[in-house]
Design a protein around this ligand. Structure first.
Ligand SMILES: [Zn+2]
Length: 125
């Protein structure tokens, strides 16, 4: 009955201080089961759509994740919207999690119900 999944990022570089740290990111996409994903893993979908967040069937998607600030410098982007949170853009190609970056505003997500899923379809230009 989990409401999100985890993406575990190893050695994510902080653009403020240049140091790296491991981050655990919460995201709302796919079958939400509190599953731990890593880069290169294939996202799972439930046959029951009510157990999913986002939409299956897209070739390329970016979805928003939430993690803690970089521990060395409290970065990378301040002031944050919440005291302990920073955002990560997670990219998927045919449901494979290809990479993830700090959210720097390049990706503009459509308005959605944030409790369900925030994502942008990149299938078409
Ligand atoms: Zn830092």
């Amino acid at each position: 009955m989990g409401m999100y999944n985890y993406l575990v990022l190893h050695g994510l570089t902080c653009p403020r201080c240049g140091h790296t740290a491991d981050h655990t990111v919460q995201f709302h996409f796919g079958h939400v089961t509190l599953h731990d994903y890593e880069i290169g893993d294939t996202l799972r979908w439930s046959p029951r759509q009510r157990d999913n967040r986002g939409e299956p069937g897209h070739h390329r998607v970016v979805t928003e994740g939430l993690t803690g600030a970089h521990p060395d410098c409290d970065g990378p982007f301040g002031p944050r919207r919440w005291p302990d949170d920073d955002l990560i853009d997670i990219y998927l190609d045919n449901d494979v999690i290809t990479h993830a970056t700090w959210h720097d505003g390049t990706v503009v997500y459509p308005e959605t119900d944030r409790r369900r899923s925030t994502f942008l379809v990149l299938d078409t230009p």
